[in-house]
Design a protein around this ligand. Structure first.
Ligand code: HEC
Ligand code: HEC
Length: 98
C-alpha cells in the first residue's frame, strides 16, 4: 500500500518538526527568568500579571529588584520608566519601608 506509507511518512515528519520547534523555543527562553514562561502580554496587562504579583507580595525590593539589577535592567527605576511610558499616572509601586 504505497499511499499509506506516504501518509505515515508525512505524519512522522510533522511530529518530528513539532518536536524540534518545541525544543527550539524552550532553549531560547531564559531559564533564570521566573516569568519567561508567561506570555508577555499576560505578564504586563493580565489580571494575574506582574501588578497582581507585586500587590500581593508587596516586596518587589526583595523578590524582583535583585535579579533585575543583576541582569542589568535596574531596580525600581526600570519599573517606573515603563510605567511612565505606559502613561500610568498613580504611584503603584510599593516602597521599601525605611
Ligand atoms: C531571577 C530573575 C528575575 C526575577 C526574580 C524577576 N525578574 Fe522580572 N525580568 C527578568 C528578566 C531577565 C527580564 C527581561 C527579559 C524579559 O523581558 O523577560 C525581566 C523583565 C520584567 C518585566 C518586563 C517584561 C517585558 O516583557 O517587558 C517585568 C514587568 C518584570 N520583569 C517584573 C518582575 C516582577 C514584578 C518581579 C518580582 C515579583 C520580577 N520581575 C522578578 C528577570 C527576573
Ligand atoms: C514593560 C513595562 C512594565 C514594566 C517593566 C513594569 N511594569 Fe508595572 N505595569 C505596567 C503597566 C502597563 C501597568 C498597568 C496595568 C495594565 O496595563 O493592565 C502596570 C501596573 C503595575 C501595578 C499596578 C497593578 C494594579 O492593578 O494597580 C504595579 C503594582 C506594578 N505595575 C508594579 C511593577 C513593578 C514593581 C515593576 C518592576 C519590578 C514593574 N511594575 C515593571 C507596565 C510595566
Amino acid at each position: 500500500m504505497e499511499r499509506k506509507r506516504i501518509i505515515r511518512t508525512l505524519i512522522s515528519f510533522s511530529l518530528l518538526a513539532a518536536l524540534v520547534a518545541i525544543l527550539y523555543i524552550s532553549q531560547t527562553r531564559d531559564s533564570s527568568n521566573p516569568h519567561a514562561s508567561i506570555p508577555q502580554d499576560t505578564w504586563i496587562h493580565g489580571p494575574k500579571g506582574h501588578g497582581y504579583a507585586v500587590l500581593n507580595n508587596q516586596q518587589p525590593w526583595k523578590q524582583c529588584y535583585t535579579c533585575h539589577e543583576k541582569k542589568g535592567l535596574g531596580g525600581e527605576s526600570y519599573c517606573q520608566s515603563c510605567h511612565d511610558q505606559a502613561g500610568l499616572t498613580q504611584d503603584v509601586i510599593p516602597k521599601k519601608p525605611e
